[in-house]
Design a protein around this ligand. Structure first.
Ligand code: SF4
Length: 188
């Protein structure tokens, strides 16, 4: 699979061919046995990358409590994230961050999710750092961040950082059937 290898980037940015594969974009669309096999392989690779990602906790929290983003994020599919929200008794308004695309110099599209992930991973770096990493212009980075901020829904959950966030690991484990990575790290 196609991958870049930049240690400054989260794994999902280095494994774009996996995380941005159409089969991982939303809920399962695999129709044939071959597609189902490929989907399982892609999910396993993405899960492994997320489980060793130092941003996992924050990424999961953002994907559950803040934005209803598309795609495979923090070891979860969109359907699993919906079930985690149901477990926690919270709702967030769906947004379409994934649909805001920018065109980089080579003619490839970048996703707002990539810009947001890099911003979260490198909050102290200038925006030009993100532009360099993604190979796009500074104005494209700013446009994605501006549109993401404008589209950001008003959360409909009650004080998530105080109420829901501490229950997130248990909700994650209940829905996915896998240990939350923070527990496996503690046990290591
Ligand atoms: S946990 Fe989040 S930031 Fe880390 S690899 Fe997975 S999707 Fe990317």
């Amino acid at each position: 699979m196609n991958r870049t290898n930049d240690r400054n980037l989260p794994s999902c940015a280095n494994l774009r061919a996996v995380f941005q594969h159409p089969l991982l974009e939303g809920d399962s669309t695999a129709a044939t046995p071959d597609e189902q096999r490929l989907e399982r392989t892609l999910q396993a690779r993405a899960r492994a990358a997320c489980s060793s990602c130092p941003l996992f906790e924050q990424c999961l929290e953002n994907a559950i409590l803040d934005h209803d983003v598309a795609g495979f994020v923090a070891g979860t599919t969109p359907r699993q994230r919906s079930r985690i929200r149901a477990y926690l008794g919270i709702k967030v308004r769906p947004d379409d961050l994934g649909s805001f695309a920018g065109i980089i110099g080579s003619g490839h599209q970048i996703a707002t999710q990539d810009v947001i992930r890099l911003r979260r991973a490198h909050p102290d770096q200038p925006l030009s750092f993100i532009a360099d990493r993604l190979g796009c212009s500074l104005s494209t980075v700013k446009r994605h961040l501006r549109r993401a901020r404008d589209a950001s829904p008003t959360p409909h959950h009650k004080d998530p950082s105080k109420v829901a966030a501490p229950r997130l690991p248990a909700a994650y484990e209940s829905v996915t059937g896998r240990p939350h990575p923070s527990r496996t790290r503690l046990a290591a």
